[in-house]
Structures are given as C-alpha cells and as structure tokens.
Design a protein around this ligand. Structure first.
Ligand SMILES: Cc1cc2nc3c(=O)[nH]c(=O)nc-3n(C[C@H](O)[C@H](O)[C@H](O)COP(=O)(O)OP(=O)(O)OC[C@H]3O[C@@H](n4cnc5c(N)ncnc54)[C@H](O)[C@@H]3O)c2cc1C
Ligand code: SF4
Ligand code: SF4
Length: 365
C-alpha cells in the first residue's frame, strides 16, 4: 500500500516561502533530531499543525542539537520523544495514521560509530503527517550526460583547491562540493570561486600575501572574564511566533558587550624566546592555571627534531646532556587562558603575547 504523506524537512522549511500552506492534518511526527528536524517541527506548528511530536534516536543529553533550541521548541508546545527510531509509516486506505517506532537502546557502537541498536519495544505514534529529517544529500541528477564533472564516493562534486571541478572552467562550492555545512562557508566559497574564475578567465596568477605575527604590548584580559555568564538571548513570546517571525531577538548593547568580554581570545598566544630566558621561573610562579613548568632538559624526551635543536644549541645530543646543566619551560597549551601574566612578569621579555594575523589578501598579476 502506498502512503503518500512523507515530506522532507528541507522542503517543509521552505514551503512557507513558496506560499504552500500546511495541510489540515492534526498531528505531525518528525523522525530524527538535529537542527533541521527542530526547524521542521517548529515550522509545522507555525503552519497550522495542531500537535507536533519530534522523535529522536538519541537521549535528551545525546541529541545533536542546541539545548536552547530544544527548550524553545518544547516551550512552543512540541513534544520531544527521545530514544525511539522510526520503523514504519502506518496507514489506512493510502492515508497515514501513525508512525511505528522502536526503542533505541544505543546510538553508537563501541568504536563510536553511528550504529543504532534497538530493542523489541515498539509503539505507534498517531499522526497524519510525517516529516523526514534524517539527513540530506546533493541531487546530482542534473549532471546527467556531463561525465566530465565527476563526483566523489560521498556524493559530492570533486573539486581542487581553487574550487574547480574536474571539468575545466566549471567551479563549485557550498554544500554540493563539501557536504552539509553552514551558510557562511557557502558564502565564503562564492568569494573564493569568483577569484578563481577571474584567474581562469584573465590568465593572471594569484598570489596570497600572508600573515604576520602581531605583538601585543601590555596584553591583559578583561578582569574576571572567566566568571562572566553566557548572556541569555531575548526571545519573542511563544504566542507571537507566527509565520517567519524570528524567535531570537538579538542582544542589546550591554548584553552584546558582556558576551564579547567572554571571548577567550584563542588567536593570542604566548611566544617564548629561549635565547632571552634566564630560567628564573617567574612565569611559572605567576601562572594562575599552573600550565608552566620549569624542567631539567635531561628529563625531556623528544624526536629527531628535538635532538637537532639540542645539538644546535648545546653541541651535544639530548642523551648526553648532563643533569642540572640546562632547563626548559614546558607549557600545557590546553590550560592556558591567555591572561598574559607570564609575559608581564618576565624580566627579560622572553615571553610576548602574539597573534598570527592571516590577511588573505590576494594580488592578481
Ligand atoms: C533545515 C536546515 C536548517 C539550516 N540551518 C542553518 C543555520 O541555522 N545556519 C547556517 O549557517 N546554516 C544552516 N543550514 C545550512 C545552510 O542552509 C547550507 O549550508 C547553505 O544553504 C548551503 O548553501 P549552498 O549555496 O551551497 O546550497 P543551497 O542553499 O542549497 O543552494 C543551492 C541552490 O541551487 C538550487 N538548485 C539545485 N539544483 C539545481 C538545478 N539543477 N538547477 C538550478 N538550480 C538548482 C537550489 O534550488 C538552491 O536554491 C541549514 C540547512 C537546513 C537544510
Ligand atoms: S598566559 Fe596566563 S595562563 Fe597562559 S601561560 Fe601565561 S600566565 Fe599561564
Ligand atoms: S619569566 Fe621569563 S626569564 Fe623567567 S623563566 Fe619565564 S620565560 Fe624565562
């Protein structure tokens, strides 16, 4: 029996823009989670569905979705039913009457691969529409007859570093060339492809003028920045979420500034100049995160590059270094909060706070 009711989440999310109203059905069951499933469920509700249930394989904690969005969806009235996988669309006389689901006992196998396992427990969720949100893939059927534009085994277009496909003069970017990602990356690909097309058509060459290390004098982080809480996004009241109204209203200036102060400034790093270091251990003492250690080089083991470094500096191999004759500062990068205290403390300016600024300026010659 054919049941013509399943829709794809992507289509449902776009339908309001195409002025296609939601059918008069009462319930809707979305399979899987992730953002598109949440988008589709919330859009179904806005488009007139009386009741929406979102089914997810994962437990609440495992759901690959922003918890804040799950919270907002529930706030709007969507029922999130965790730990179930779709088994069958149930119908009568060609019309859907429910979604049969079975209990998902685990989503990933012992190697961490997506490999859902199910128990015998089953139930039918009554509904008259089912929206599938179980992933998406590029539709490359339009390439029929153009074998020179090749695809990869993943079902995306094969491209080189300049975003040119295997067909000279044909360029591709965005999801069709990289798989599902985020919008800003597709836009960036558009810029990149435009530059590549310019080079291709004009015969000019492209030179990327890269980066420099920027040294920050007197670097310090905002006082108490680690304790600043995440700002709560103001949202539209649930009863005003109709049509395509945006739910998240954006921060006001004070909130925006507070949120900005939470930035960990990961681009800034401590750079050590070993030739200036007098091994006073001042940086070790001052570091609030205990990420620096002063160690005897005789205790350090390294690879061939380390050996070459030691030989270059001390004229002997690492193994020949006498105990107590040479030291090094070892840093645990993962713990560093970029507070800059070590650089401030260092009496010989052996530590600087620097950022690699990558200016991808391209010059066509
Ligand atoms: C439900 C959902 C929610 C998402 N939410 C977010 C989000 O919150 N933030 C975010 O950053 N990203 C989000 N994304 C991802 C983002 O939308 C995509 O990464 C982005 O749109 C990819 O852009 P693109 O130009 O590569 O492809 P698309 O935006 O898919 O554009 C491809 C275009 O090509 C057209 N087309 C297809 N075939 C043909 C053909 N044969 N001839 C002519 N035209 C054709 C299509 O109609 C489409 O307009 C979401 C995606 C989905 C599905
Ligand atoms: S920047 Fe701060 S946290 Fe990082 S090593 Fe220096 S003192 Fe420690
Ligand atoms: S404070 Fe400066 S000189 Fe002293 S151990 Fe640290 S890096 Fe070396």
């Amino acid at each position: 029996m054919a049941i013509d009711v399943a829709r794809a989440a992507v289509r449902l999310v776009h339908e309001p823009f195409l002025n296609t109203p939601w059918e008069s059905g009462a319930d809707e069951s979305g399979a899987e989670s992730l953002q598109p499933a949440l988008d589709a469920a919330r859009m179904a509700l806005r488009s007139g569905a009386e009741q929406v249930c979102l089914v997810s394989l994962e437990s609440r904690e495992q759901m690959p979705a922003w918890q804040s969005e799950v919270h907002e969806a529930e706030h709007e009235g969507i029922v999130v039913d965790n730990g179930w996988g779709p088994k069958e669309i149930v119908g009568r006389d060609g019309v859907v009457t429910g979604l049969k689901v079975r209990r998902c006992v685990s989503v990933f196998d012992e190697k961490g691969r997506f490999n859902p396992a199910f128990s015998d427990e089953e139930k039918v969720i009554p509904c008259d529409n089912v929206v599938l949100a179980i992933g998406q893939q590029a539709d490359l059927s339009f390439l029929g007859g153009h074998a020179e534009v090749q695809a990869t085994p993943r079902g995306i277009l094969k491209i080189d570093d300049d975003l040119m496909t295997t067909a000279p003069g044909v360029f591709a970017g965005g999801d069709v060339a990289f798989g599902p990602r985020v919008l800003v990356e597709a836009v960036a690909n558009g810029h990149r492809a435009a530059r590549s097309i310019h080079v291709y058509l004009s015969g000019k060459t492209k030179k990327t003028v890269l980066s420099r290390f920027r040294i920050f004098e007197n670097w310090e982080m905002p006082r108490g920045f680690l304790g600043i809480p995440r700002q709560t996004m103001p949202v539209l009241p649930a009863n005003r979420r109709i049509g395509i109204a945006e739910v998240e209203l954006g921060f006001d200036e004070a909130q925006g500034r507070a949120e900005g102060l939470r930035c960990l400034k990961c681009q800034v790093n401590t750079i050590f100049d070993g030739s200036k270091c007098i091994l006073c251990a001042g940086c070790v003492d001052v570091c609030p995160e205990n990420c620096l250690r002063l160690v005897d080089l005789a205790q350090v083991q390294g690879d061939g590059r380390y050996d070459a470094l030691i030989r270059n500096r001390y004229g002997v191999s690492a193994a020949e270094l006498p105990v107590g004759q040479a030291g090094a500062i070892i840093k645990n990068e993962e713990k560093c909060i970029r507070c800059g205290l070590c650089a401030q403390r260092c009496p010989t300016h052996a530590i600087t706070m620097e950022a690699l600024e990558q200016q991808e300026r391209e010059v066509f010659e």
